[in-house]
Design a protein around this ligand. Sequence first.
Ligand code: ADP
Ligand code: CP
Length: 308
Amino acid sequence: MAKIVVALGGNALGKSPEEQLKLVKHTAASLIGLVAAGHKVVISHGNGPQVGAINLGMNYAAEHGKTAAFPFPECGAMSQGYIGYHLQQSLQNELHRQNIQKDVATVVTQIEVDPSDSAFENPTKPVGDFYTKEDAAKIQAEKGYTFKEDAGRGYRQVVPSPLPKKIIELNSINNLIEAGSLVIAGGGGGVPVVQTTDGLQGVPAVIDKDRSSALLAANISADQLIILTAVDDVYVNYGKPDQKSLRELSAAEAHQYIDEGQFAPGSMLPKIEACLDFVASGANRTALITSLDHLDDALAGKVGTLIK
Ligand SMILES: Nc1ncnc2c1ncn2[C@@H]1O[C@H](COP(=O)(O)OP(=O)(O)O)[C@@H](O)[C@H]1O
Ligand SMILES: NC(=O)OP(=O)(O)O
């Protein structure tokens, strides 16, 4: 029996509440497969599209005098509740269907960041929907948001993405795991907070969920970090006619491929770096990157990229 942190990427969540619930039901079946096999499972997830949508909606309502303004950390906390609710419900339904007795809980998770992190000067994390170049420039001029082109798919608002340093609710998460609960934590990379003379305070940023998942996995002494995304494997020469699956990757090989620029910054690179951080955090720790649809095959060693 292993302790496993599973980080769910955007393709496991979809774009609307209806789509998310449908996809999360499918995700729940795979995750309960891990529980049924006897593993202790902790789930984390992204929130880029969701936190952007919540923030956009709240800003729109505030601009029309219908509500107060809701800052980014509050929107991040809302995204944890919204996604956690769908995950909890779907996992509970699947547990019930499989006649497995287990409690499920989402922990609203704050993660401390360094206020002097250089990420605050250089926003990189895409949130929300895609815009044309012209619309992005108009909104940037009107509202002062920063937009950047996102992997050839259009322009998105970007916010700072500081490195996660400390999980504030770590003891509560550990207590729930030890009590046998299926825990959802660190959603959306955690709500970013800094220590001030008045205590903890939220900051407008979105932490990368793969980096937070690696920190969570290391902090709870997990055996494995599984990152579920849109691709079955990590590739060299990705997207080129000679692309090749990497089935197993040592830290030394991963560093060499990073130096060669094989992993795109903003998509695969942070995943590889998060995996390397986790693998280096303790003996016999491994990380697996694969797609949600092939989790079973990946656990059987048939697909996926194992980093060790
Ligand atoms: N070397 C590579 N191997 C595989 N995928 C890569 C590689 N470089 C970039 N990618 C891209 O990274 C994507 C995963 O990153 P991202 O879309 O940010 O994930 P998620 O939203 O699931 O967290 C893949 O779907 C693929 O398009
Ligand atoms: N917070 C975060 O990393 O979200 P995405 O994975 O959706 O970008």
